[in-house]
Design a protein around this ligand. Structure first.
Ligand code: SF4
Length: 192
């Protein structure tokens, strides 16, 4: 398939916007990779807050991610904890400082600009970008990292009435409402 001129222009715009966000990020005291790691940890569920999952999501190497996390830890944005179920694994958590920093995330300005540029058709724009991301993920053979509620292992209301009303059929673990909206390294799309 040959891309239309409009599609080529849209691709250039996406690239330019991403560069401008990275430029703004540098002014905020954190580098783009550090912002990306914070954003990931703010959205990931408890099974996915590991250095390996971050490396996979960011399509980066473990060494690079390890240096990014060490720097975030030193600056007080990230805390490491031993996994309660597997003492050999590391689970990462955002600190209060990180949560405050994310309120001034440069990506929020991009979201406002997109909203203004879409002129009431933000849903269509988001759906188009999501479709493009899905195609890129399939081509690259990478994990989807989509929301838990859209996973084929998600069992909605399996424990109706409990504090964690849903269930993960793959990991055999209860899930809260907020877990259901988080992204997950193990997420697998529903079968068509
Ligand atoms: S249901 Fe899917 S996305 Fe949710 S925790 Fe389980 S594997 Fe992850």
């Amino acid at each position: 398939m040959v891309a239309s001129l409009d599609a080529l222009e849209a691709a250039r715009l996406v690239e330019r916007l991403a560069r401008l966000v990275r430029m703004r990020a540098l002014k905020g005291g954190l580098n783009p990779a550090q912002w990306e790691a914070l954003r990931y940890l703010a959205r990931a569920n408890r099974f996915s807050r590991t250095p390996a999952a971050i490396a996979e999501y960011l399509a980066s190497t473990r060494g690079t991610v390890s240096r990014t996390l060490a720097s975030l830890e030193e600056k007080g944005y990230v805390a490491r904890r031993a996994d309660s179920e597997d003492g050999r694994s590391v689970n990462l958590a955002l600190t209060r400082k990180a949560m405050d920093a994310l309120k001034r995330d440069p990506l929020l300005t991009l979201a406002e600009d997109l909203e203004a540029g879409a002129r009431g058709r933000m849903g269509d724009m988001a759906a188009g970008l999501k479709g493009a991301l899905k195609a890129a993920i399939a081509r690259n053979g990478t994990r989807a990292f989509d929301a838990c509620f859209s996973c084929r292992h998600f069992r909605k209301d399996a424990h109706a009435g409990a504090a964690m009303p849903h269930h993960c059929g793959l990991l055999d673990a209860p899930l809260s409402d907020s877990d259901s909206r988080a992204i997950c390294v193990e997420q697998e799309p529903m079968r068509a």
